[in-house]
Each structure stands twice: as C-alpha cells, then as structure tokens.
Ligand binder design. Structure first.
Ligand SMILES: [Zn+2]
Length: 424
C-alpha cells in the first residue's frame, strides 16, 4: 500500500508506507504457543528448587499466564531487550545456536543474515511492546540492539534507551539533534559521516552512534536506563543472554528497591538465579501468549520511507529541457532501500518513449516541446520482502501553466493503491 504523508515541509513531499507481513504468523502463534518451547542451549540448565526455571511443555500455559499477571499488576514495567528479539526479523544473535559467536567458536564463520539489515522488519515482540507502551503498561525499554527495530516499530524515542547505539541513527555532536535514516549509516565507532546537521545555524558534521568495543556507553542513555531500572517494580528481560557488562547488571538494580526481574530467553543466563520468573523459550511465542492472556492485540507493522520527487526545467527556444529526480529526502547520495526501479511512462503520448530507471539516484532528463502537455506516470517497483510489489503516482505536466522551475510533486496528490500478496 502507498499512503500519503501530510507534512507542511516541502522537503517531505510524501512517504511510502508498506504493510509488511509481520502479523501473518500471529494467528498461528496464538493457537500454537503451548507447543513451542525449545531445549535450552549454551549454559547448562539451572534447576535450583527455590528458583522456578521453566522448560517443560506441560507448565507452559500456566507460566505464560503467570507472566501476564505480573505484567498486568506492574506499576512501572521496564523491558530490557537483546539480540534474541530480532532473530525472527532475520538478524543473527550472538550466543544463540546459530549466533555470531557460537558459529565463530565452532569455526563455522559468521552466519548470514536472512535479510539485509536495512530490510529487517520488527518482530512480533517489537510490535507487542509498542502496544504495551500505548496502553500505559510499559514505561520504558532498554535495548542492547543496534538494528533500530524499536524505533522503526513506532516506540516513542523518549521511551527508549539504546545502550550500544543505532546503525540507522546519526547525531549532531554540537546541538545533539538526532537523525534517524531509512538506510544504514556508513560508519561505526562514533566517526564522522558524510552528512551535516541540517540546522542552518549549526551545520556540524554528523557522527554515527554505534559503539566500537573500546567505546564507553553513552551517558544520557545509561542515566535514563538506570533511573528506570531503579524505579521499576518489574524488569522483563527479553532475548538477552545477560552477559555483556555493564549493561547486563542493570535489570538487577530493580531488586534492591523491591522490584522483580523476569527473564524470557532461549538459553539459560547467569542472572536466572536472581529472577522471580524464568522462561526458556522463543521470545515471540511467549510474548504472543502473554498478549493473548492480556487480551491485547499486536498491531501490524507499517514501514514508512520518505521519498522526494522533483521536476526541474529550463527553457530552450521552443523546447523545454526537464529533469525528473526521485531521491531520498536525506540527500542525493542516500539510498532508497525499498525502491528497486522506477518506470516512467507517458500514457497519453505514444510519441514519448517510456523508460525504466534502475540506478539510484533515479534521474531522467528529456527535451520536449513547450506547447504540448503530457501526463507523467511513475510506477515505483519495490524490492521483494515488501507486501506490495509496486505502486503508481502520476500527474499532468504543462510547462505553459506557470510551472515553477523546480517543481516538487505536491503532497495532496492521490496515489493508486496496489496491494499485492505478501512476497515475504
Ligand atoms: Zn547541529
């Protein structure tokens, strides 16, 4: 589906919004979540009698219900996330059975991501957290992930601390403005990127936000994360092996103030003994069960990328030389990850040849008669993995009609809606 994005700013003419197939699995999960638990991997299972660590199929429904009650009764719920909540989004984790470090230790190299990083979509768990925050149950999320899927899912920025940075985020070191991009930032390790702060009074060179091994954790993110852990009566750890210091000690801060910790992870963790409830299972399936018990719906994910279409022209005797550009609003060199190609056609003018633009930035230059108007039709072809394969936008072009020399396709324009079966 393609939808309009109303923004007064001419720089944001419209947005592409693609409903992705995140929730196609949900129905199955809700029916089957009783039969989902995997055998623990990694550390040996801990079965101390005073700590309930749940692995067995028979206890699953009861334990999910118990977790749902803990969430429902909480006054200040904080969720602490790790790579395990993004594995179902196609991003490999670190210590899971097919994780980066597990395979490297076994001499099997680095696992392939099933999707390029920029095309990964939020998992059911990401979307469930959005709903929990919307209902007021969830107060704050602390993430060790750099995949941007929490922000992409729609979780408000002020409700999130990203302890290890974000591969899609740049920051201005002077005025601290953050820029969230549709594409992966070119550098890591807090280095200069090719872009500058767009605040004209600032204009400083932007830096990436992803920490390298020697970098210290960002103080602003750490401070808000610690504050929320201290205030929390429940910290729910999802998909994290709780082994990366200092982040992994943060959830335990709640215990000192009378709070509780619950852990959902495929493998055992070193913090299991300190937790009030531990479930070794797939996070998506446990959370789908919890949401079902809470009678809450997991919202679908809709990806929004911003695209700018401009038509620049100059007069040349009786002809007009014009240039069509379809680019990212983040700049000419910024890629449009979801656009594969664009067909430009002129339905009412058989004398004007259609063309398919395959290279980014998409650009077409032509010379046409000034006296003859035409209809410009763009068919935007999306990369696979998107639930719609293409969509169209068209508008009449008449150079005698006082068209400005730089014309930005207006955001009032109607789009054809062309939803096809999910290609995921
Ligand atoms: Zn700035």
């Amino acid at each position: 589906m393609i939808t309009m994005w109303s923004g007064g700013d001419q720089q944001v003419p419209f947005a592409l919004a693609c409903a992705l197939a995140t929730n196609d699995l949900l129905g199955d999960l809700l029916i089957e979540f009783g039969a989902i638990f995997a055998e623990p991997q990694g550390l040996p299972p801990q079965r101390d009698c005073d700590h309930r660590i749940h692995l067995l199929l028979g206890t699953t429904l009861i334990i999910i219900e118990e977790l749902a009650v803990m969430v429902q009764k909480s006054k200040h719920l904080v969720v602490f996330t790790g790579a395990g909540i993004s594995t179902s989004s196609g991003i490999p984790d670190f210590r899971g059975p097919k994780g980066v470090w597990t395979l490297q230790r076994a001499g099997k190299g680095v696992p392939n991501a099933s999707l390029p990083f920029h095309r990964a979509v939020p998992s059911l768990t990401h979307m469930a957290l959005v709903e929990l925050e919307r209902t007021g149950l969830l107060k704050f999320v602390i993430s060790q992930n750099v995949d941007s899927l929490h922000l992409r899912s729609g979780l408000p920025r002020e409700k999130l601390a990203e302890l290890h940075g974000n591969s899609f985020k740049e920051i201005c070191p002077c005025c601290k403005t953050e820029y969230l991009r549709d594409f992966e930032i070119e550098t890591i390790g807090l280095k200069d990127t090719p872009r500058r702060c767009s605040d004209k009074s600032c204009g400083a060179r932007l830096k990436d936000t992803v920490l390298d091994w020697e970098d210290v954790l960002p103080p602003e993110e750490m401070n808000s994360a610690k504050e929320h852990c201290r205030s929390a009566d429940l910290v729910l750890c999802l998909g994290t092996s709780l082994q990366i210091t200092p982040a992994c000690n943060m959830p335990l801060m709640s215990i000192k103030n009378g709070g509780r910790v619950a852990i959902v992870n495929l493998q055992a963790t070193p913090k299991d003994k300190k937790a009030s409830l531990v479930i070794h299972g797939l996070v998506d399936k446990v959370i789908a069960g919890v949401m079902s018990k809470l009678n809450l719906r997991i919202p679908p994910y809709i990806r929004t990328d911003f695209v700018q279409i401009t038509l620049r022209h100059s007069l040349k005797k009786k002809c007009v030389r014009w240039t069509l550009r379809v680019t990212s609003i983040h700049g000419l060199r910024a890629p449009l990850p979801f656009l594969q190609s664009i067909k430009v056609s002129f339905p009412e003018r058989p004398d004007m040849k259609p063309v398919v633009l395959k290279e980014q930035p998409f650009s077409l230059q032509r010379e046409t008669s000034m006296n003859r108007s035409f209809f410009m039709l763009l068919t935007l072809n999306f990369t696979d993995g998107c639930s719609c394969l293409s969509s169209s936008i068209g508008w009449p072009v008449d150079f005698l009609d006082d068209l400005p020399l730089l014309y930005t396709v207006p955001n009032e324009m109607e789009f054809d809606i062309n939803v096809l079966a999910a290609a995921v």
